[in-house]
Design a protein around this ligand. Structure first.
Ligand code: H79
Length: 479
């Protein structure tokens, strides 16, 4: 049997029946290729841990590492590229870069204060950089000398943070960069038998670090992998599948982002058959799907992450070099993501002294204030399935549909078009006050603005009912 035929027969025999049930498949079942390291599930995970991940909806990212110390400046020159990439922009050799460890002593670091700030902001989870590309570890890893333990500060920062966030009821997710500029065995590509041997050692080192993290911090809920785009990883798709399996065996229920994964053919995020690998899609970095054109994302779980300046994750001294978003813009991106069934993670880059810059404190406060009043339209909410209108976004939780109004039309009426078979029965503000709603045509309504202009994005909750079909009405009349 030739190879193609074997593949087709295998695909049909082993997977055909499963794939045949998948209404969303991109290829007819008989054309799917058989993969050893492709998606191991079709559709969204429906277990309690995934539901918690999804219902959390709003998270914070923390990018903290040695790069916070130079803050974008090297030898008197300011680089406006991402601060956590400064080593690359300024072409600093690894051994020189890692001497920054001698200056790692964040005197103002207070894990409890960080956790209080996150709680006040209304985030339900925090993603922490355990190790970024530079290789410096925020935990005392026994597999490398480049860790907090070897700095003047000495203490286990990651451990302090995990405890403090968990004590506030906030889930902790681990960011982990596979690419590691501090490790001599890291390879961008595999071009010789020597590369192969070195990279095999590197993968073993990475496995050890991941097992160490899972063992030391068993309350971690998620691993978010980064730095997985190089040819060396793409040629080792098996290893990405192995890591996912290993972590899931060690920590039942843990969630893993799609960015970790490559399949047998080096295809990333989505396998060669178009199926999502990992538990949620993680490609929306500093961008969001188009709310009208890209509704396909509502078919899988996804999480976006964003910076507050254009592209600074780690602390950069000079934000005047960048377009910095206002709290209002950040808020709109949070709502935008949830309205399309996604999560949003807002990034913070703490200062080298362990405090947050004033702009980030103000942002956290502003978002927290809004979330406290309006969180009902975010937490536990999902894509509503209603046509987007120019005034803003919809989200939905069971029978409640939320209108989140960012733009106030001149007419003073908010037009709502309901999907076929859905009727609006009532419209209320989140303080319980009713607002007028008038049916203007079949499946079209005008919803009134609140009497007093809120002057900020506000929320109207719509109660909806399935319209009874003519047959239903006839049946009811007979009984
Ligand atoms: O941690 C933050 C960033 O530092 C990291 N991900 C977020 C969460 C990130 N680094 N790079 N990128 C995201 C984008 C990737 C750019 C790349 Fe390239 C394009 C990598 C390889 C090709 C730019 C060009 C960097 C190296 C060559």
């Amino acid at each position: 049997m030739n190879k193609l035929l074997t593949t087709a027969v295998l695909a049909l025999g082993i997977f055909g029946s499963v794939y045949a049930q998948d209404a969303k498949r991109l290829l007819p079942a008989e054309q799917e290729v058989s993969l050893k390291y492709g998606a191991d599930r079709l559709g969204k995970r429906q277990d309690a841990d995934m539901k918690k991940f999804r219902d959390n909806r709003l998270g914070a990212f923390i990018h903290w590492g040695l790069y916070a110390i130079p803050g974008g400046e090297w030898n008197g020159k300011m680089y406006n590229g991402a601060a956590e990439w400064l080593k690359a922009w300024a072409k600093v050799p690894a051994d020189e870069w890692l001497t920054l460890m001698d200056r790692w002593n964040p005197k103002k670091f207070d894990a409890k204060a960080w956790a209080k700030m996150a709680k006040k902001m209304g985030v339900k989870y925090v993603k922490i950089t355990t190790k970024h590309h530079e290789g410096f570890c925020l935990w005392p890893s026994k597999y490398t000398q480049y860790t907090v333990a070897q700095t003047p500060y000495k203490k286990d920062i990651l451990g302090e943070l995990v405890k403090a966030y968990n004590d506030e009821g906030i889930d902790v997710h681990f960011y982990f960069s596979v690419m590691d500029w501090s490790h001599p065995d890291y390879r961008y590509d595999i071009k010789s038998p020597e590369d192969e041997v070195a990279f095999a050692r590197f993968l073993e080192f990475t496995d050890n670090q991941l097992k160490e993290l899972a063992t030391r911090y068993p309350t971690v809920k998620d691993f978010w992998f980064d730095g997985t785009w190089d040819a060396s990883i793409k040629k080792n798709g098996w290893w990405t599948a192995h890591v996912e399996q290993m972590l899931k065996e060690m920590l039942p229920g843990v969630t893993i982002n799609s960015r970790l994964r490559a399949d047998d053919n080096g295809k990333r995020h989505f396998d060669s058959n178009g199926h999502l690998m990992g538990d949620y899609e993680s490609g929306y970095e500093r961008r969001l799907p188009d709310p009208v054109k890209d509704l396909k994302v509502t078919r899988w779980d996804w999480e976006a992450c964003m910076t507050v300046p254009e592209n600074q994750w780690g602390y950069h001294k000079d934000w005047s070099l960048s377009y910095v978003k206002t709290p209002l813009e950040v808020l709109e991106r949070i709502v935008h993501a949830v309205s399309m069934g996604g999560n949003m993670v807002v990034n913070f880059g703490p200062q080298p002294d362990g405090d947050f810059r004033p702009e980030e404190k103000e942002l956290a406060d502003a978002i927290g204030k809004w979330m406290k009043e309006n969180g009902a339209c975010i937490y536990g909410c999902d894509y509503a399935g209603w046509d987007k209108q120019a005034w803003g976004y919809y989200t939905r939780k069971e029978k409640d549909v939320y209108m989140i109004v960012f733009n106030q039309p001149y007419s003073g009426h908010l037009m709502v078009k309901t999907p076929k078979g859905i009727k609006i029965t009532k419209a209320v503000l989140l303080n319980g006050k009713e607002v007028g709603v008038e049916e203007t045509a079949r499946n079209e309504y005008n919803v009134d603005m609140p009497a007093k202009n809120p002057g900020a994005p506000f929320v109207i909750k719509l109660q909806v009912e399935e319209e009874k079909s003519t047959t239903d009405k006839y049946r009811e009349a007979l009984t």
